[in-house]
Design a protein around this ligand. Structure first.
Ligand SMILES: CC(C)(COP(=O)(O)OP(=O)(O)OC[C@H]1O[C@@H](n2cnc3c(N)ncnc32)[C@H](O)[C@@H]1OP(=O)(O)O)[C@@H](O)C(=O)NCCC(=O)NCCS
Length: 199
């Protein structure tokens, strides 16, 4: 909490908005286990969004934030499930129809979605399933659901130091599109988006 207040007095945080063009050629990556993707169900919630008693503080926070997002009703939460239907990954798909709620829920931290653009948010793989390539494949499959929302493009936002997530995004065919800076000064937040420099 103290750190949070310090951050809000003066800090800057860099992230990258990555984008996938669903019409661009893409071969889905392989995962070490067989997975399928479907909307999250009530029965999945305690299995993937509630932390066990021995959970780390980070794990509790990751799962709590995602429970709150689920409770907000924003977008559709998809789960990747194993062959025995155990949830091993979650991520939310949102469309331009959700723009008003996205802006109010995340306080302007995401760009306003243009027509034909969807957003993926909240990627999470529980620790026992990490490093098996689940994010790359699951994100690739969930992004393709955006075509049902009449979207050709899908964006997502990742902190520049979240290497596992950046690698998973690249495997799912997401590439840098905008840079985002969140700057706090005396409890006021300013979010800016700039196009990434041409390669
Ligand atoms: C980010 C996250 C979803 C990745 O899930 P995952 O299913 O383990 O992803 P993958 O197995 O596809 O691994 C992605 C890459 O990161 C690597 N990786 C995994 N854990 C890592 C770690 N702790 N440090 C460095 N690299 C790591 C993997 O080896 C893989 O790289 P490789 O292809 O070169 O081997 C997962 O780590 C997570 O839930 N983190 C906490 C929440 C979070 O940060 N969400 C993303 C918000 S944008």
């Amino acid at each position: 909490m103290i750190l949070d207040i310090r951050q809000r007095i003066r800090s800057t945080e860099q992230a990258i908005v990555l984008r996938r063009d669903l019409e661009a050629p893409h071969t889905r990556p392989k995962a070490a286990i067989e997975i399928d993707v479907r909307p999250l169900t009530e029965a999945d919630v305690p299995k993937i969004l509630h932390a066990g008693e021995a959970a780390s503080a980070d794990d509790v926070l990751y799962r709590s934030r995602r429970r709150w997002l689920l409770e907000s009703g924003l977008g559709t939460c998809y789960a990747a499930v194993t062959a025995s239907d155990e949830p091993c990954y979650v991520q939310w798909l949102m469309s331009e129809q959700d723009n008003a709620q996205i802006q109010s829920y995340f306080g302007g931290a995401f760009p306003i979605l243009e027509p034909g653009t969807a957003l993926l948010e909240g990627a999470f793989t529980p620790a026992p399933f990490r490093g098996k390539g689940i994010m790359g494949l699951a994100m690739s499959l969930i992004a393709e659901k955006a075509a049902d929302l009449d979207s050709r493009y899908v964006i997502t936002v990742v902190g520049t130091n979240n290497i596992p997530s950046l690698k998973g995004c690249e495997k799912a065919n997401f590439f840098p599109y905008l840079n985002r800076e969140v700057a706090w000064s005396m409890l006021r937040r300013k979010v800016t988006f700039e196009p990434v420099a041409a390669a």
